[in-house]
Write a protein that binds this ligand. Structure first.
Ligand code: PLP
Length: 455
């Protein structure tokens, strides 16, 4: 055997061993061997603290060594059931072999050349695939009378929102924008001007973008009653930007009437309807796009998070007839790089291959299990959501915080949102058995948090 042949054999054996280790972790139950945070997690956090921006949030002291499927292992060997998926992003589960393979193979061939300025297989193919997804999703709704969809690829959700703001202004030649209280659209200054979920996101960052108006989310006539009547003429409005289900604002599912009314307002006044599907899109709600639940076709759609299973990628999609901006009017150096695109293609294969359907099916199981386990519970107000985007509203913010911390210590990863809601946004391959475990651990944490809260 030559040296080259031997190294190929060693690499193959290593790949097999990695694959076995990955599978073994994905099949592990919750296992707490050292009270989290263990010594290695505490040491890492203490060591990095002097060097990292203090704006980073420490939801709970989780320091991850590796992750596979729905399971996450920390530095101290504790194994958690992940019901937050890196903030609703690891859609196909952690390190799905097909996604990992696509990334590794692409990284051997071409990592970067700049999609704004040059061409490579992948960029156009992903845009074509997104167009087909939108076309299929909206066909039953008459397709929204569009000639098709085009996409501008980004590195993140907030950049997608920026692109949507710029395109809306360019296409309409109007300046004003409407968003909603409780909405979250990102942290760059344009997107932040739309974000209105928590005042701390805006504090000391002003002045923000002028011409942004906020109405009440979920109230069908709020735009007309609160804004058109007093603050802004519809003829000046470029876009209404809305999450079809509010994410960071508390996993709030509006009545279909709300989004349908926004569509009608936009049609009546030549305003663009922009759906921020950064969190709700790519199967999260049990449909490819949350818009499908409400029978509303937007003009512009922003995707990110789950689109590439955790690789930095987003997309601002718009109906072809709105993409009036010329060459050079918008761009990005590394957005839509070939490696992220390979991850997105593999992700979409998996979503279409059953994960969207699993999100709907197991999401219903998880919602029922949570409702059943929490029924009559003193801390519990409501469980709501679509697919695997489920919020449990508790009685107070303090209880929500205590429950999230207790869940972490017992091996269940969940995140807070809104004022007092816990969100479940697991990988879309969560099994029914894992959903039942999650509901059980969560209900026990609620019981214990209520007991600890008693004076
Ligand atoms: N829009 C929505 C609805 C989001 O939930 C988020 C992030 O949580 C963003 C935009 C911003 O995305 P990113 O953090 O990728 O910039």
């Amino acid at each position: 055997m030559t040296l080259a042949e031997a190294s190929v054999t060693v690499a193959a054996a290593e790949a097999d061993a990695n694959q076995l280790a990955r599978q073994a972790l994905a099949e592990q139950p919750i296992t707490i061997v050292t009270e989290p945070p263990g010594p290695l997690a505490r040491a890492l956090i203490a060591r990095e603290r002097p060097y990292v921006s203090p704006s980073l949030v420490d939801c709970y002291p989780l320091a991850v060594r590796r992750a596979s499927g729905c399971m996450v292992e920390d530095l101290d060997g504790n194994i958690y059931l992940d019901c937050e998926a890196g903030v609703a992003t690891a859609s196909t589960g952690h390190c799905h072999p097909a996604v990992a393979r696509a990334i590794a193979e692409q990284a051997q061939v071409l990592i970067h050349i700049c999609g704004t300025d040059f061409h490579y297989p992948g960029y156009g193919a992903l845009c074509e695939r997104l167009a087909a997804l939108a076309q299929r999703a909206f066909a039953a709704l008459g397709g929204g009378g569009t000639q098709g969809w085009q996409s501008f690829l980004t590195n993140s959700g907030t950049e997608g929102v920026e692109a949507a703001i710029k395109l809306s202004r360019y296409a309409t030649k109007r300046s004003q924008l409407i968003a909603f209280r409780g909405g979250f659209h990102g942290r760059t200054l344009g997107a932040l001007s739309l974000t209105a979920s928590k005042a701390k996101y805006r504090k000391h960052f002003g002045p923000l973008l002028p011409g942004v108006h906020h109405a009440t989310y979920g109230v069908p006539d709020s735009v007309e009653r609160e804004l058109f009547a007093h603050l802004v003429a519809p003829e000046d409005v470029a876009a209404i930007i809305v999450e079809p289900v509010q994410g960071e604002g508390g996993y709030v599912v509006p009545a279909a009437e709300f989004l349908q009314r926004l569509r009608a307002i936009c049609d009546a006044h030549g305003i663009l309807l922009v759906f921020d599907e950064v969190q709700t899109g790519m199967g999260r709600t049990g449909r490819m796009f949350a818009a499908e639940h409400f029978g509303v076709v937007p003009d512009v759609m922003v995707l990110a998070k789950g689109i590439a299973s955790g690789m930095p990628l987003g997309a601002m999609m718009a109906k072809k007839e709105l993409m009036t901006w010329p060459a050079g009017s918008h761009g990005s150096t590394i957005a839509g790089n070939p490696v992220c695109i390979a991850a997105a293609m593999a992700t979409i294969d998996l979503l279409e291959g059953g994960l969207v359907e699993n999100s709907a099916r197991v999401g219903a199981v998880l919602k029922n299990e949570l409702a059943r386990a929490l029924e009559g519970h003193a801390v519990f107000e409501e469980v709501r959501g679509l697919g695997l985007m489920i919020g449990v509203e508790l009685r107070t913010p303090e209880l929500a915080d205590a429950v999230a911390q207790l869940c972490f210590r017992r091996g269940l990863l969940v995140l807070e949102c809104g004022r007092k809601t816990i969100r479940f946004a697991p990988p879309l391959l969560l099994s029914e058995a894992q959903a039942k475990v999650a509901a059980r651990v969560f209900a026990q944490a609620c019981t214990d948090a209520a007991r600890d809260a008693r004076p």
